[in-house]
Design a protein around this ligand. Structure first.
Ligand code: GTP
Length: 361
């Protein structure tokens, strides 16, 4: 059995961050989204993983290597041209073990029970099992309708609230994690873009092939937009799913501080609201105040007397003295000079420099 992870999309909704980093490698604190998925696979004994990559493909092996750090063995399948969600599976078919296979969208944070998913797949005898998660608002997702036995009866892509309400009172959406039998993998056309959601699954359903819905109440979040990426990290800080194994939880000034390694605190620096996350090598200057949901990646340095709330900054970012930052989302290696004031949910691409005294409000 192999796991196939889809990690080649352009991630346009996460511009500007995905100009330099493929979406599935964006950090959740100090762990790439894919790192959380690989650790989940390893916890369920699924260690043979094939990664399908295209956009910024060279960056992926640089960061994930052979997967040993996550307890899996990684192999890469590189697409010359993007093949959508199902096309990459056909391209990688020569690398796969014997089925059934687990396919995962690479931009999802979840602790779904993969063992239970595979058990449900075997019990139902279906050719495909789709993990589904319940949402209140299905309008941005693919709704999966099924009978009491779990057999899928209909797909509805991005329905309006009214369309959905007429059909069902609970909204189970496609959560982007599937189990596929070998016969299904063999049906995917080679060498051209092909979609699970829009092409393969509706075609199988029309032919009467058995598709099963695995309704999961586990934590699930699609990290595909700046807001949902930010929320995924906040969910980790709030303990909505198990944190990475190396994170440590401390209390400071009465607030929860998660750390990914060694943090240096200047004199008089305080945490005014938690939880926060501070990566390995973070340096907090004297008299700094950190507020709720501050997330600083590894090796970030914050200058003396700065005030930060709801700010997320990537690795190696530098912040000067006396800044006031609220809600900012910055990529790796941003430089924010002294006395800057940012009071919006501004998005700063990796490497952005804000000159001394810049105001964004
Ligand atoms: P947007 O451009 O913002 O929609 O993001 P995206 O390009 O990642 O597309 P989407 O969110 O629909 O993709 C879901 C998952 O499939 C993500 O993990 C993507 O990396 C992956 N994916 C999308 N298109 C391709 C592709 O052409 N090839 C591969 N290998 N993966 C893809």
């Amino acid at each position: 059995m192999s796991v196939i992870l889809l990690a080649g999309g352009p991630g346009t909704r996460l511009h500007p961050f995905t100009h330099t980093t493929p979406k599935p490698l964006l950090d959740l604190g100090d762990v790439p989204i894919l790192g959380m998925q690989l650790a989940l696979c390893a916890r369920h004994g699924l260690t043979d993983v094939v990664l399908n990559i295209h956009h910024l493909a060279a960056r992926v092996p640089e960061i994930l290597g052979d997967g040993a750090r996550w307890g899996v063995q990684l192999r890469y399948s590189v697409e010359e041209t993007p093949l959508g969600t199902a096309g990459p599976v056909a391209l990688a078919s020569g690398l796969l073990d014997e089925g059934p296979h687990v396919v995962f969208n690479g931009d999802i944070l979840t602790d779904t029970d993969l063992t239970a998913l595979l058990d449900a797949h075997r019990r139902s005898g279906a050719a495909v099992t789709l993990t589904c998660t319940e949402v209140k608002d299905p309008t941005a997702f693919g709704l999966v309708l099924a009978g009491d036995s779990g057999r899928v009866s209909r797909f509805l892509e991005k329905p309006t609230q009214d369309e959905a309400r007429v059909l069902v009172d609970r909204f189970w959406i496609n959560a982007g994690t599937y189990v596929l039998e070998d016969a299904i993998v063999r049906r995917i056309p080679h060498g051209r873009p092909y979609s699970f959601e829009r092409e393969l699954f509706p075609a199988l359903l029309a032919e009467g092939v058995a598709l099963h819905r695995f309704a999961s109440d586990a934590y699930w979040r699609d990290c595909g937009t700046p807001a949902s990426w930010r929320q995924a990290v906040r969910d980790m800080l709030e303990g909505r799913l198990a944190p990475p194994a190396h994170w440590r939880r401390e209390e400071r000034d009465g607030h929860v501080v998660w750390t990914g390694g060694r943090v240096t605190w200047g004199e008089g620096a305080r945490v005014d609201g938690g939880p926060v996350f501070l990566g390995d090598g973070v340096v907090i200057g004297a008299d700094v105040r950190l507020g709720r949901h501050v997330v600083l990646g590894p090796d970030v340095a914050i200058g003396a007397s700065s005030r930060l709330t709801g700010v997320m900054l990537g690795r190696h970012a530098r912040v000067g003295e006396g800044t006031r930052l609220q809600g900012l989302l910055g990529g790796d290696a941003c430089e924010i000079a002294a006395d800057c004031v940012v009071q919006t949910e501004a998005l700063l691409a990796s490497g952005t420099v804000l000159a001394r005294g810049t105001r964004i409000a």
